[in-house]
Design a binder for this molecule. Structure first.
Ligand code: 13P
Ligand code: SF4
Length: 317
């Protein structure tokens, strides 16, 4: 009988991770875009809002954030006394990188009298000059809580900003940033897939461009799309967000079919975030073992950045 060595190896890694977690008093949080095997070994999985909400309530002294850097920073800012580890310190975010703190500060100074709302996909420096942080889960709800005539700067995602403007009737001033994964979803390929699967519902993340969102049946955060896929009577879904979410969608509804929408120049038929996928089981094991790489945030910046994050959590209740 042939032995599946790779399966044995993966199981061995998972066993080591579970053992190390106990030894180090650590807890693993994973975003829905992580590799399935990381999601399977995590204590909690969620979208960026859920991960921030969970981080604040944990008792363990170490948090391993399997996601990208800004998610680790958010956890560290909310839990400054804890050690926050990330399996790969290079797991960045093109959207967060599209907002340079010096230029964003100038944008704010050039437009005085505006409330600054920033998407959570930003560096701690940007959060420190923000009035309230939002995620794709709560952006509409939080924007709706401001008076209709409130002048608002929204950054850095122009697609999410445009979408919120369109559903709220606001005219928020938008920073010109975007996510390289969601921007490259192809409308042509979506039209082809809609012909192939005429009964399928189209689920899209609001970081996608407007022409694509106009073709979607449901627009929402990863958690909202997952929830819809579970609750809907529909049996097929075309999914326009990072393909990691399909793991939990398939697990939650094994009888349903999930079709990842390919990007414009995607050859794999899916849409991976190269940053999210830098984290691996091996790196997760190593970071638990070594206590490194660790997320560090400048104390003065963290003291400023915590206010708009706490305000978000308060306004999301
Ligand atoms: P969520 O807020 O849906 O978790 O999305 C985070 C993200 O990075 C989207 O690309
Ligand atoms: Fe950033 Fe886009 Fe990756 Fe999300 S999918 S982490 S927004 S680069």
């Amino acid at each position: 009988m042939s032995v599946d060595k790779s399966k044995d190896y993966k199981q061995q890694l998972k066993d080591e991770i579970i053992q190390l977690k106990k030894e180090k008093d650590a807890v693993i949080l994973a975003h829905y875009y992580q590799q399935g095997e990381i999601q399977d070994v995590a204590d909690f999985i969620g979208d960026s809002l859920a991960l921030a909400q969970i981080a604040r309530k944990l008792k363990e002294k170490t948090i391993v954030l399997c996601g990208v850097h800004f998610m680790g920073e958010t956890a560290k800012i909310l839990c400054p006394d804890k050690t926050v580890l990330i399996p790969d310190i290079n797991a960045g975010c093109s959207l967060a990188d599209s907002c340079d703190p010096v230029e964003f500060k100038k944008f704010i100074e050039d437009n005085p009298g505006h409330t600054v709302i920033s998407y959570v996909n930003t560096s701690a420096d940007i959060k420190a000059m923000t009035d309230v942080v939002v995620t794709s889960s709560n952006a509409k709800n939080i924007v709706d809580q401001f008076p209709e005539d409130e002048k608002i700067i929204f950054g850095p995602d122009k697609n999410l900003g445009n979408y919120i403007n369109s559903i709220t009737g606001r005219k928020m001033l938008l920073w010109n940033g975007a996510c390289h994964v969601h921007e490259q979803f192809s409308v042509d390929k979506l039209i082809e897939l809609k012909k192939q699967y005429p009964d399928a519902e189209v689920l899209a993340h609001p970081e996608c461009k407007k022409p694509l969102l106009l073709l979607a049946d449901v627009v929402g955060s990863t958690a909202a799309l997952l929830k819809h896929s579970i609750e809907s009577d529909c049996k097929q879904f075309i999914v326009a967000t990072e393909s990691g979410i399909l793991h939990e969608m398939k697990k939650s509804s094994p009888e349903k079919e999930f079709i990842p929408l390919p990007g414009e120049d995607s050859t794999c038929g899916c849409n991976d975030c190269n940053f999210m996928k830098l984290n691996t089981l091996e790196k997760l094991r190593d970071c638990l073992k070594n206590g490194y790489p660790e997320i560090e945030v400048d104390v003065d910046i963290a003291l400023k950045a915590v206010k708009p994050i706490e305000r978000m959590l308060e306004m999301s209740k």
